[in-house]
Design a protein around this ligand. Structure first.
Ligand code: F6R
Length: 646
């Protein structure tokens, strides 16, 4: 029995709008469930049109956001015999100029992600043509719109959103009724895509995009967003005013639109940031801390100086009514925050640990630090790392990936040169190493832009990063037998695009946990990019822990999550804050300097031009400043952790 309506996702909540939100929005725990729900809706539209003897006209997007939707559609095609014979699809955009078989082409993307795995007739899918001569582009664009209009418009349009609010490649400034056209790409868009092109200079400056007008005429529009890096623009699109500066905000005027978000992308929405303004909340300890810290930081007052009036004037009268006076609330929250601060991240031996983040026993713990790349340990938790070692714990570090794509070619050449000279001088050439290094040098000298490195070159680059990680461990005082390199296979593609996580990845992680039997595991809880290396590394740890969790040693194991180089935990989430003195900050900086290949500009710099030591210091100082603003002691810097209960 087919549903009456095309819309299978929870019905748009326009009848009961959520305060502040001007677009019906559904939040899922993660992008897997969300993508499955969207795929289900698309599959139903296709089937419904089949029963009506009509084509299903779909508007399709590329990028990371819809990938799982396409994977699920392929599964439905295979397992539930969904045919695509009646699908006619129009992609939103294509870079210009662009050859269809190029690595970055959206034609190639669509074939790999969907078309080659379903029975859509080749004549039924349309993607803007990146190979046209400039004088033919305008006519092509008119024809593209006409073709869609002749079919009665799009039945369903799937969208992602750029960090600048673009939909398709309708960059800020696009008109609400813009047509399919050639568009100059915004710098933010180009920076975000630079990874795919191996740098900005290799990237096309233009793209052909379907216009906003065509998207707005689609009978149904679903926009997907995953990850914290989308949270700010999602809030702007949903809660902000409609403006050409945020093209996605035009969707506020669409009669049948829905935004589908994961928790991270939704994290800046008022219903998540200040839920007490939107609905009735349960005032548990966490919610109270969230509200009180938010109030203190907004009013720029220390927690202990907040008054009843401050609470009443800022939407928190309900909290006062239920829990008590400002005085009691303030003290309760102040103490909660105070108890997160510890100079003993591995627990303080022989001390009362009732109000400490970590247990006192065993006094000497086995600690396992997972570092997704070879430098995340020192960048993100260098001060804590040093304290754990200094306080006598048995600290192991497991470097999850080789990090080999982030080494510049001339760094690799420098090492090759060194090895060749060294071997010659001491007469210790082995035919095999000599071959590896000479072939690698020859390849690098004639390497074309954005060409993928050979296995040998990747090996050399991996070796550079490995030696830097070892140098950091020597500096911090970790014996080499406690330094582990996992070289997880999902990472080894030689490109930014990684393989999906596999059994071997999880096995390697599980094996090291089983070997060390840690009392503490530290892991990068970096959720900013659902397809980024940090998230995959965390997924592997979570899966390994799930498999191991009934083992006796796991009953004694606590997991602490640190954030990667870009971000910090929200102040109300922090469960352990490890302060650093000015000297400790300097020492951490020296530890980061061991990663010479990552200094003076990295291969994939992104939007942030600061070096890693600068980012780390600013972030750690900011955390300390927040604590101080809340009225707690003034420290030079602080590293922050959240406990993950498995
Ligand atoms: C892709 C497209 C773009 C992307 C947007 C988000 O066809 O039109 O608007 O949807 O840039 O990209 P991801 O999903 O990679 O974050």
């Amino acid at each position: 029995m087919l549903p009456e309506t095309d819309t299978l996702l929870a019905p748009p909540s326009l009848n009961q709008p959520i305060a502040f939100e001007r677009i019906p929005t559904q939040i899922f725990a993660d992008s897997n469930d969300a993508s499955a729900a969207v795929a289900r809706e698309i599959a139903n539209i296709i089937r419904q049109r089949q029963l009506q003897g009509k084509p299903a006209v779909l508007g399709l997007a590329t990028g990371s956001s819809p990938k799982k939707v396409y994977a699920e559609l392929i599964r439905i095609h295979r397992d539930e015999r969904l045919s695509f014979y009646n699908v006619i699809s129009f992609n939103l955009d294509e870079y210009y100029p662009m050859q269809p078989d190029a690595l970055q082409s959206y034609v190639r993307f669509m074939k790999e992600q969907l078309f080659d795995h379903v029975d859509i007739p080749v004549a039924n899918y349309f993607i803007p043509n990146g190979t046209l001569s400039p004088e033919k582009v305008t006519e092509f664009c008119h024809e593209y719109d006409r073709h869609i209009d002749d079919l009665g418009g799009l039945d369903f349009q799937i969208l992602g959103i750029g960090r600048n609010g673009h939909i398709g490649f309708n960059e800020p400034g696009s008109h609400v009724s813009s047509k399919t056209r050639l568009m100059t790409l915004d710098l933010t868009t180009r920076i975000d895509a630079a990874l795919d092109f191996g740098g900005l200079s290799n990237e096309p400056k233009k793209a052909i995009t379907m216009g906003v007008g065509q998207i707005m005429r689609a009978k149904r529009v679903v926009l997907l967003a995953w990850g914290e890096h989308k949270a700010r623009i999602i809030r702007q699109a949903i809660e902000g005013t409609v403006s050409a500066e945020t093209p996605a905000s035009y969707l506020q005027g669409h009669p049948n639109v829905q935004f589908i978000l994961d928790e991270s992308a939704a994290s800046e929405l008022t219903r998540r940031k200040m839920p007490w303004l939107v609905e009735e909340v349960t005032w548990d300890k966490k919610m109270i801390r969230k509200a009180v810290t938010h109030l203190a930081l907004t009013l720029e007052k220390p927690v202990l100086k907040l008054t009843n009036r401050d609470y009443n004037d800022n939407g928190l009268s309900d909290l006062l009514a239920q829990v008590g006076q400002a005085y009691e609330l303030n003290i309760e929250v102040f103490n909660q925050i105070q108890h997160t601060i510890t100079g003993w991240p591995g627990g303080k031996p022989n001390a009362d640990d009732t109000n400490r983040p970590e247990r006192a026993t065993p006094a000497r713990k086995r600690c396992l630090i997972f570092s997704p790349h070879p430098d995340d340990d020192i960048i993100s938790m260098g001060g804590t790392f040093q304290r754990l070692v200094d306080q006598g714990h048995e600290v192991h570090v497991a470097y999850q990936t080789s990090g080999n794509i982030a080494v510049a070619d001339d760094e690799a050449l420098r090492l090759i040169d060194f090895v060749v000279d060294y071997n010659r001088k001491f007469g210790i050439e082995s035919a095999e190493t000599d071959r590896i290094f000479r072939d690698a040098a020859a390849f690098l000298k004639s390497k074309k832009d954005s060409e993928r490195d050979t296995t040998d070159v990747r090996y050399v680059k991996g070796l550079i990063r490995r030696s830097e990680a070892k140098a950091t461990c020597r500096f911090v005082g970790v014996p080499m037998e406690q330094v582990h390199f996992l070289d997880m296979p999902f990472y080894e593609t030689g490109t930014v695009q990684k393989k999906p996580i596999g059994e071997e990845d999880v096995r390697l992680v599980a094996e090291i946990i089983r070997e060390v039997k840690p009392h503490q595991v530290y892991a990068a809880g970096d959720l900013a990019d659902p397809h980024g290396t940090h998230k995959v590394c965390l997924d592997a740890i979570m899966e390994a822990v799930r498999q191991l969790k009934s083992e006796p040693f796991m009953q004694d194991c606590w997991m602490w999550l640190y954030k990667g180089a870009w971000d910090e935990w929200a102040i109300d989430q922090i469960e352990m804050a490890v302060p650093m003195s000015p000297d400790q900050v300097m020492r951490k900086r020296q530890g980061i300097f061991k990663h010479q290949s990552q200094k003076d500009g990295v291969v994939y710099q992104g939007t942030d031009s600061r070096e890693f030591w600068q980012r780390a210091e600013e972030r750690n100082r900011t955390t300390a400043a927040f604590y101080n603003k809340l009225g707690l002691a003034e420290y030079e810097a602080m590293e922050a952790f959240v406990r993950w209960h498995f």
